[in-house]
Design a protein around this ligand. Structure first.
Ligand code: AMP
Ligand code: MG
Length: 399
């Protein structure tokens, strides 16, 4: 048996980031992984400018009761003339500071009449001026390779005048479901058959993380069908995920088929519930992970155990999302030597807590859309109502 943390870490080390890169325009960057460090090339703001609607003056010209002639009006986008001693310039938020001016008086503290402005409050030297480079100085690191680009990062790239950036290619994930009992949704079903949920589920999980579900194949429980499907996925994809057929049943042919393809396959009994049989192989230089066939197990195993490997291969810098400690609103007796991942729902409030789904059976798929996350319970340790446990938020762990 292998501990959960060890299995997760070993999977995450099973492959490096893919080497494919592409250069994309700003409009296509959302959700992509930056492949280069970005340094600022511009000072931002690029010139001193006003943080207020008001008047620019030289601070030394201020005297209580003295009015200054307003010699220019500077709108955002105008290039101001230099300000001579004893003059004031009318300006607005974002207007450039005239050369020589060093202080902005906001309009609420002034009275303008007949082309003269009177300053009613003694200004502080340099007030309400945004200095050149105070946000970002040229040469400063801006974004690190491995960042998943979102609106905030794209705004920063745009502010530097950059119209494109180099990102990792989308990770191509190949998915293989197995089992003679399965039929595709949308087709008729015999009484002895069930619909295939894992194919669509794993494709959605991969795509939800920004990867591409490049192929979703199904193989019957026979060697020819399995080896043809694996061969196709290994040729076209960066990472292969197979589901089912990897226990010790008579029809569990995934292991022998992969071995016949030259793989050495490590079959792990991970100390976690749901989800015991998980396998890792390298075949033709590609990592391949076998997940348990039960959809609830596959969902949990993908989320908490396999997703760090996907993030690593995508080139992402952070591969382990945050885990919180939250009180669990139920008691649980733990005896079976495995850590348990309960389907729970996070209840916000003054004291946030986790509510557990009533039926934690590994066949209960209706619990999946109900749950906002998984609560990790230690093995062989009874849990009292209100005990703080590790909470894996699906919004983080499936992203
Ligand atoms: P296996 O590991 O192949 O023995 O599968 C374990 C259980 O999960 C069996 O009850 C299968 O019928 C079920 N199962 C396997 N694959 C799928 C799938 N793609 N969709 C729905 N149920 C599945
Ligand atoms: Mg099967």
């Amino acid at each position: 048996m292998m501990e959960f943390d060890q299995a997760q870490a070993q999977l995450a080390q099973a492959a490096q980031a893919i080497t494919r890169r592409e250069t994309l325009p700003l409009a296509s960057l959302a959700g992509r992984v930056l492949a280069q460090d970005i340094l600022a090339t511009l000072d931002l703001p690029p010139a001193d400018n006003s943080a207020m609607d008001g008047y620019a003056i030289r601070h030394a010209d201020y005297q209580a009761g003295r009015a200054l002639p307003v010699t220019q009006r500077v709108f955002a986008g105008d290039m101001p003339a230099a300000l001579a001693p004893g003059q004031a310039a009318r300006l607005f938020t974002g207007s450039l500071m005239p050369e020589g001016a060093d202080t902005v008086v906001m309009q609420e503290d002034t009275r303008e009449a007949d082309g003269q402005v009177e300053i009613l409050q003694a200004p502080r030297a340099g007030q309400h001026v945004r200095k050149r480079g105070e946000d970002t100085a040229a040469g400063q690191p801006l974004l690190a390779a491995g960042t998943v680009l979102q609106a905030a990062h794209i705004a920063l790239l745009a502010s530097q005048g950059l119209a494109q950036a180099e990102v990792y290619g989308r990770l191509r994930v190949g998915i293989l479901t197995t089992g003679d009992e399965l039929v595709p949704p949308g087709s008729p079903r015999q009484p002895q058959q069930i619909y295939n949920s894992n194919g669509a589920m794993l494709a959605a999980l991969a795509e939800g993380m920004g990867a591409e579900a490049a192929h979703v194949l199904h193989a019957r429980d026979d060697e020819a069908s399995l080896s043809a499907a694996f061969a196709r996925l290994l040729r076209d994809c960066d990472l292969v995920l197979s589901v089912g057929g990897v226990s010790v049943g008579e029809r569990d042919l995934v292991k022998p088929v992969l071995e016949s393809m030259g793989a050495s396959l490590a079959l792990w009994k991970v100390r976690m519930k749901p989800g015991k049989p998980v396998a890792l192989a390298h075949v033709q230089g590609k990592p391949l992970v076998c997940l348990p066939g039960n959809p609830v197990s596959a969902y949990a195993v993908f989320t908490v155990l396999v997703s760090p490997l996907l993030r690593r291969m995508q080139g992402r810098g952070e591969i382990y999302p945050r885990v919180d400690w939250v009180p669990l609103r139920t008691a649980r007796t733990r005896r079976d030597g495995r850590e348990e991942f309960l389907r729970v729902r996070y209840q916000a409030g003054e004291t946030p807590e986790l509510q557990a789904y009533g039926n934690q059976g590994s066949g209960v798929m209706s619990s999946l859309p109900w749950a906002s996350g998984l609560a990790r319970l230690p093995s062989d340790t009874d849990i009292g109502d209100g005990t703080r446990v590790r909470y894996y938020d699906l919004r983080l762990w499936q992203a």
